[in-house]
Design a protein around this ligand. Structure first.
Ligand SMILES: NC(=O)c1ccc[n+]([C@@H]2O[C@H](COP(=O)([O-])OP(=O)(O)OC[C@H]3O[C@@H](n4cnc5c(N)ncnc54)[C@H](O)[C@@H]3O)[C@@H](O)[C@H]2O)c1
Length: 251
């Protein structure tokens, strides 16, 4: 407890799933947290539940004006973030497809949110942190960015591999100015994102069968590593990829 006392964090995609679990854990660890989401009503409701150390901002990460406005809004309110978790993302199940069948619009929507949106979050996080001497930026990657985890996951896998590369380059570029950048890759984690798998017993059993620890991940499983990277415990970690995947990427 209190490992993040005195820090302010901004978490994207915090209305639901992993982002909400991270925001909740950060508040429990003593941080003030901005819950940023394109679902503004969901983010405001979640912030209301978390109490006075949480506030919400409506922000579509794929819209640079919205991202810039959200950072300006939180800075003006005295909530400039020391920690930014660029976590929001989508996976267009049933639309993402093998390359020859993949519609360009589905590719673009996935890349626009997952990769361009993460870049815009990182860009404005860096701009916000530089004058204050640095901070910690954490990106949510995926085993699909490392391995071929699903033959239909063409756009999603490409977007996540891009995130992993983005993190390494930004980490190297800003290390001398106090900014650390790391990627966390959860494996199959039961959130609304993966309802297409979790609500289909055969698909669920198949994916769990590929996780050596033998169960699905939970959003809380991901929150602990985020606390480490956000805190001084992670002071010497930058440019790295942290797996919280039940061993999935070992096989
Ligand atoms: N759940 C998994 O199995 C899993 C595994 C590996 C990686 N991830 C990644 O973890 C992250 C969080 O996933 P989740 O499972 O919690 O998903 P989720 O669908 O449960 O929640 C995603 C949140 O992001 C928000 N969001 C979506 N697009 C946005 C945009 N353009 N701007 C701002 N907010 C937006 C949604 O409104 C939602 O609140 C994603 O980047 C996802 O790719 C998830």
């Amino acid at each position: 407890m209190d490992r993040l006392e005195g820090r302010t964090a901004l978490v994207t995609g915090a209305a639901l799933g992993i982002g909400l679990a991270v925001a909740t854990r950060f508040v429990r660890e003593g941080a003030r947290v901005v819950l940023a989401d394109r679902n503004g009503d969901g983010a405001h409701a979640a912030a209301g539940e978390l109490g006075r150390n949480a506030r919400a901002v409506t922000m579509d990460i794929s819209d640079e004006d919205a991202v810039a406005a959200a950072f300006a809004e939180v800075e003006a309110a005295g909530w400039a973030p020391d920690v930014v978790v660029a976590n929001a993302g989508v996976q267009l199940f049933g639309q993402d497809a093998q390359a020859a069948d993949l519609d360009l619009d589905v590719w673009r929507r996935t890349i626009d949110i997952n990769l361009t949106g993460t870049f815009l979050t990182v860009k404005h996080a860096v701009r916000s942190m530089l004058p204050r001497g640095g901070g910690s930026i954490i990106l949510t990657g995926s085993p699909t960015g490392v391995n071929g985890e699903g033959k239909d996951f063409t756009a999603y896998s490409a977007s996540k591999a891009g995130i992993h590369g983005l993190a390494r380059t930004v980490a190297a570029a800003y290390a001398d100015r106090g900014i650390r950048v790391n990627t966390v890759q959860p494996a199959y984690t039961e959130t609304p994102l993966v309802a297409a798998i979790s609500e289909d017993p055969a698909s669920r059993a198949a994916i769990i069968g590929r996780i050596p620890l033998g169960r699905a991940g939970t959003p809380d499983d991901v929150a602990g590593i985020m606390v480490y990277l956000a805190s001084d415990d992670g002071a010497f970690a930058t440019g790295a990829l942290f797996s919280v995947d039940g061993g999935m990427t070992t096989i």
